[in-house]
Design a protein around this ligand. Structure first.
Ligand code: NAP
Length: 286
């Protein structure tokens, strides 16, 4: 008789082939001696209902990524505040057939930014989707007073700016591409578009000369790690935060929810080293 690990976790999305989540969670399970496995489930829109209902009876928990972060809400028996505010789920706990849904991207952004911002700071967000809303909620929790939103589709920028207002900050819609003076006014510039990502290409339309030393430039994109925006920010001596920071902290928060493990700096550094090794090996084809 074959006996599998005690707990089953994984990622539901489409596509999922290049995900780093098995590396991150696998390393956490290994370090903590948790008898669990983390799998990838490539699920298209038509299969989502069946996949989630199957996991309700099989898994201990799962992550959700593009394009299902919003649609999976229909299956949730409980939602965290972060899910109610952002409208997106990325972590689910299964307990006795009930699904409790969370959004740990908010925590991911908070952990990456907490030591870099001051009370009353201003953030400019590029994009108005799930990552942008997570960034807005995190920023307001960290004390942002003003949140500017620039998005290709203006009506979505209006909604994201309204979210910032609802949370108690000053929400402001700015043009796409963002005017240089608005970029210069931001203490934090947050890219929440896929521009610069492998397979998407391009770069966020940011005027290099508008970036200033001391400003924080945060790119949610993590493939490649050194995105065109991060490179430009380094040239302007801005402080940079890469997408891997957010990816790892959001994963460690999911592990806290699933396993009760405290997301520590030590665990973060250990996992980051393993992920960087894996990315390096991928480059050389090892
Ligand atoms: P999403 O909900 O689909 O939103 C995408 C946003 O990007 C929208 O505002 C969209 O504008 C804009 N956009 C897409 N293609 C564009 C283009 N060619 N030119 C200009 N704007 C464009 O996606 P998401 O979940 O927010 O994710 C956004 C990015 O963040 C992705 O690259 C994702 O990988 C990354 N992310 C990273 C982490 C992490 O842990 N590091 C976590 C979550 C997301 P419209 O409204 O005009 O369509």
């Amino acid at each position: 008789m074959l006996v599998g690990p005690a707990r089953l976790y994984g990622l539901v999305g489409h596509p999922v082939g290049h995900s780093l989540s098995p590396v991150i969670h696998g390393e956490v399970f290994r370090r903590l001696g948790v008898d669990a496995v983390y799998l990838l489930w490539d699920v298209d829109r038509r299969q989502l209902h069946q996949a989630v209902e199957g996991l309700r009876h099989l898994a201990s928990g799962f992550n959700v990524t593009i394009p299902h972060k919003e649609r999976v809400r229909a299956h949730c028996d409980m939602e965290s505040n972060e899910v109610c505010v952002t409208g997106a789920v990325n972590t689910v706990v299964v307990s006795e057939g009930r699904l409790s849904c969370f959004n740990t991207d908010v925590y991911g952004v908070e952990r990456c930014l907490e030591r870099l911002v001051h009370e009353g700071f201003t953030m400019l967000v590029l994009g108005a989707g799930g990552a942008a809303k997570a960034a807005i909620l995190a920023a307001v929790r960290l004390g942002a007073r003003r949140v500017m939103v620039s998005n290709r589709t203006r009506s979505r920028a209006v909604m994201a700016a309204a979210l910032a207002e609802m949370l108690g900050a000053r929400g402001e819609v700015v043009d796409w591409p963002p005017p240089p003076e608005k970029i210069a006014e931001a203490d934090v510039l947050f890219n929440a578009t896929p521009l610069g990502m492998e397979g998407v290409g391009g770069a966020p339309p940011v005027d290099r000369d508008a970036l200033t030393p001391g400003q924080v430039v945060f790119d949610a994109v993590y493939r490649p790690l050194e995105t065109p925006l991060i490179r430009m920010a380094r040239e302007r001596r801005a402080r940079v935060v890469d997408g891997l920071c957010m990816l790892i902290w959001q994963a460690l928060e999911a592990d806290r929810i699933w396993l009760g493990v405290e997301p520590s700096e030590e665990l973060y550094s250990a996992v980051r080293s393993v992920v960087l090794e894996r990315l390096e090996a991928g480059k050389t084809g090892a």
